[in-house]
Design a protein around this ligand. Structure first.
Ligand code: FE2
Length: 315
């Protein structure tokens, strides 16, 4: 007989009202984890986020916390807003701690490097083939990665500089949106379960017509993971991909995306919060969509996050 699993907080089909009421998605870095991080940083004063080597046996409290967090991300609410990294005074130390947490969750993915800075580079994703992470626009609800073979299980965002003007974080529950659409618009769900071409944006995939035509997959696909559904969506890359493939969206398909966007933005499907300096947001990128409100940088306030993509271990 298997051991009794620890009590699980949360529910993959959370309502935003529940999360707003008890704020169970907020956690603070445990003292034992912080002590391990301090000790590791003292032992390796020259370490950087790029050179940090994860050894779970040397950081058992961090490894245990990562396993607990992974379980919550896969089977609980699917998101965690982690406070407490600001106890580390130095920016590089906070990055190292963040990388350690990502390694404790699973395997960091390297398509954009271990850490990828999310800043406004003055680019527009609607006029250039650049990731939305390089702009200051509201991103619209999406999951990360438009490449068929690249599916980050978890997306992490470490806040290094919050915006004084906008830039709030939004997370929407696509499972609840799907439940609503199944009840109200089954024809739209049938279309969303068909393959859709996505533009090729993620590094490592050559931007050829052949690769574009192969880069097609459903918005909602059945899967064996918790929740039973793999949700992959960024509307803009679908519209561009279908256009480039010579198959612009039909009215029915455009309506299906409109209905999905409406379902994702319903008040009870969306949690909104602010990331402060040292906060880390982890989201399950397979069932939750994320977004941010538009923001404006000033010379004294340049919003900056560090993103990680993490693959969960498969047993
Ligand atoms: Fe994103």
């Amino acid at each position: 007989m298997s051991a009794v699993a620890p009590a699980l907080r949360g529910d993959l089909r959370w309502s935003a009202a529940d999360l707003r009421r008890d704020e169970r998605y907020r956690r603070t870095l445990p003292a034992a984890v912080l002590a391990e991080l301090h000790a590791r940083l003292r032992e390796h004063p020259d370490a950087t986020a790029a050179t940090f080597v994860w050894r779970p046996a040397a950081m058992p409290a961090t490894a245990a916390f990562g396993a607990d967090l992974r379980n919550e991300l896969l089977n609980g609410d699917g998101l965690c807003l982690l406070h407490g990294l600001d106890a580390l005074p130095d920016e590089e130390q906070r990055r190292i701690a963040y990388v350690a947490l990502g390694c404790a969750l699973g395997e960091p993915m390297l398509q954009y490097g271990r850490l990828y800075p999310v800043v406004d580079r003055g680019a527009s994703y609607t006029t250039q083939a650049v990731p939305v992470s390089m702009t200051n626009a509201e991103t619209c609800f999406h999951t990360d990665s438009s490449a068929v073979g690249v599916v980050p299980d978890f997306v992490g965002l470490l806040c290094e500089e919050p915006s004084a003007q906008g830039g709030d974080s939004l997370v929407a529950n696509a499972l609840r949106a799907l439940d609503a659409l199944r009840a109200e618009h089954p024809a739209a769900v049938a279309l969303l379960e068909q393959p859709w071409v996505r533009d090729v944006v993620t590094p490592g995939v050559e931007k050829t017509t052949a690769n574009l035509l192969q880069n097609r997959f459903p918005v909602f696909a059945p899967c064996d993971e918790p929740g039973g559904v793999l949700f992959r969506y960024m509307r803009y890359w679908i519209e561009v991909g279908q256009q480039k493939a010579g198959a612009p969206l039909s009215d029915a398909r455009r309506l299906a995306l409109d209905l999905l966007d409406e379902a994702l933005t319903r008040d009870d499907h969306v949690l909104r919060f602010r990331l402060e300096r040292g906060d880390v947001l982890w989201v399950n990128n397979r069932i939750l969509a994320h977004n941010r409100t538009a923001y404006r940088d000033t010379p004294d306030n340049v919003r900056r996050l560090q993103r990680m993509w993490v693959q969960a271990p498969r047993t």
